[in-house]
Design a protein. Structure first.
Length: 159
């Protein structure tokens, strides 16, 4: 099943692949090999060539390969759905108090990241497209963590 020309999904796939290649010191040809396609086809998919669109299977393979679910989250956002990761627990398995503490600490980290991105973006007196996308991503991460805490605490209230 082809995803068609979806600019948000394609843009997210480009970013996921770029980050993964940089982090692992590999090239797009390595990603293409993993997907069972040639580098040129991958490049065309990343350019939104109407003849070469990502399939759902390729998106799933990319998520598995890169250990990054951003593309799936983008697909869900396109449908008005919100997806979030489970709250991490303390190494000892912890209880609800430890989970809340981890959630609050994650909010502090995400808020710091948002502040840093915003400060960096404003240093030249304007926010460019890439900076705006980074800030938007940090806001989404913050909202996701907050939502996780809300759901978890609501479940506690119901018990």
């Amino acid at each position: 099943m082809s995803l068609g020309k979806n600019q948000h999904v394609t843009k997210t796939a480009r970013e996921v692949i770029r980050k993964y290649c940089l982090a692992n010191d590999i090239g797009r040809e390595d990603i293409a090999d993993e997907l069972g396609i040639v580098k040129g086809t991958l490049n065309n998919k990343l350019k939104m060539d109407p003849k070469n669109c990502f399939t759902v299977e390729e998106v799933l393979e990319l998520c598995e390969l890169t250990d990054d679910d951003s593309i799936l989250k983008t697909m869900c956002a396109e449908r008005g759905l919100v997806v979030f990761d489970p709250i991490e627990t303390m190494p000892d398995g912890g209880d609800i108090l430890n989970e809340v503490m981890m959630g609050v600490l994650n909010i502090d980290v995400a808020t710091g990241n948002l502040s840093s991105l915003t400060k960096d973006a404003l240093e030249d007196g304007k926010i460019d497209t890439k900076e705006a996308e980074s800030i938007t991503g940090a806001l989404k991460a913050l909202r996701s963590i907050e939502r996780k805490l809300e759901v978890m605490l609501k479940n506690v209230e119901e018990e």
